[in-house]
Design a protein around this ligand. Sequence first.
Ligand SMILES: Nc1ncnc2c1ncn2[C@@H]1O[C@H](COP(=O)(O)OP(=O)(O)O)[C@@H](O)[C@H]1O
Ligand SMILES: O=C(CO)[C@@H](O)[C@@H](O)COP(=O)(O)O
Length: 569
Amino acid sequence: MNANNYVVGVDFGTLSGRAVVVRVSDGAEVGSAVHEYAHGVIEEHLPGSSVRLGPDWALQSPQDWLDVLRFAVPSAISAAGVSPSQVVGVGTDFTACTVLPTTADGTPLCFETPSLPHAWPKLWKHHAAQAHADRINALAASRGEAWLPRYGGKISSEWEFAKGLQVLEEDPSVYERARRWIEAADWIVWQLTGVETRNVCTAGYKGIYQDGGYPSAEFLSALNPDFADFVHKLTVTEPSTPGAPVLAPLGGLAGRLTARAAEWTGLPEGIAVAVGNVDAHVTAAAADAVRPGQMVAIMGTSTCHVMPSDRLAEVPGMCGVVRDGIVPGLWGYEAGQSGVGDIFAWFVDNAVPSSYAQEAKARGLSIHEHLTGLAAAQAVGEHGLLALDWHNGNRSILVDHHLSGVIVGQTLATRPEDVYRALIEATAFGARLIVETFERSGVPVEEFVVAGGLLKNRFLMQVYADVLRRPLSVIGSEQGPALGSAVHAAVAAGAYEDIEQASAAMGKRTVAAYVPDDKAADAYDLLYAEYRRLHDLFADGDILHTLRRLRNAATGPGRPSIQGSEAGA
Ligand SMILES: Nc1ncnc2c1ncn2[C@@H]1O[C@H](COP(=O)(O)OP(=O)(O)O)[C@@H](O)[C@H]1O
Ligand SMILES: O=C(CO)[C@@H](O)[C@@H](O)COP(=O)(O)O
């Protein structure tokens, strides 16, 4: 193994893109850079336009993604102090399902018609297609579609089919012009190589690709006759077998860096480009956790739980089980919580008095660090609160993105740090319910490995160890997805035989970095029992869906407006 060879991993997260330069021989990260998306998450109105977006919309700009290639990659190479000629491959990963309509040559439709909301990429957290997902689930259940149990009995509004059906029914002109409906994970590889691919991971977890195919045209037509051709927008086919979808395997060589992409990135034209991947699933390789029973929780804006397994089982409320979905040769399970870091961000941005921010600044702490310090000083249960971590819907195990958050137990004495701690605990309880659901379904969770931006919160990590009553292993990188993409790049470049070998050489984790404290764990068991009762009380959505309907009616076109003196009456 040439110790002077490097690979570059590029992780496209929700708020920014991160590039890491990694030594092929041992996975040492020698340089990195971050590029914040200029448009961030587009939720209110289209960029440079007064066109307002509806509730639960979340879009992103393809130009922001291209800017990551143009700025973060060269900066990472510069920070690494290595010559670009030493770089033998590049790998990428993306949030998913982040999906966009394009022309046949991959041009995003929003570049052509920027004033049409449906022409823009729909970010993974776009939850405005829940009604479409409900229809897909109801029809699939009534017809006994074989693929439905592979997704725990429900497909998500976050995924390709619900979002595609929403475009068809809300803007048929965009649907008609879209020759491709493509995950950003595959679109960015297309930009780097000029080769259009569909990776097995997003196809399986987000595109309902199971047992060699997509849902039938007959099923799609029953949803909407004009939806029958949708699969053609998803599919890359071999010329020899027209119509048969061809998926690209993880760790495979998608193509080679084009001259245009070489100019963007400063990397050598012709180097290997790995098949695209999802930010969560690629992280398993970075943690050297690609064996059956190793659950990796990528904890950031959201949390994704990914786990290889040698057994196929129906696990209620999972995000999916896909053959070869994490590593070739094994089943790959995914579960998730669609709001974790985002919930903490919402709270500090909207519900904390400025005095806390001033105190944090005076102490040289972030507001998260300051609130965490105050919260950590409490005994378990001292705040008297309990929360449901559904502020961005529930991904597992209820798969309902029209659920919303719940906090009970507040009194006139409740302080911001009390609520902040209750929110942290609620996300831990949600994770425990996911782990218990796997184990009850016969899929053992042998090791719980943590990655992602929330690693920096040591108190939060200890809460998870106590609530889960199991040790937490911790990935040895602050850029897990980017390192994972670099591992895949090394395989694509031919430096390793397969992902397992590359992961063993380049991935890293500390086993049992956190161990449960029995006294705290006992106290959390009592709170968790109440969490399960609160969970089951609100799970059917009866109250929370009603609140959403009332909210949407109040903010809709015919909303009553109270002006002037009446407003304060
Ligand atoms: N000290 C902290 N404790 C808890 N949450 C934090 C802390 N610092 C940042 N966050 C949250 O972490 C999330 C960002 O996670 P990160 O993994 O960096 O991004 P991404 O999810 O885009 O990959 C944000 O939602 C932010 O609110
Ligand atoms: O859903 C998945 C993966 O399946 C994630 O890409 C999505 O939740 C976004 O993750 P982040 O929290 O932005 O890292």
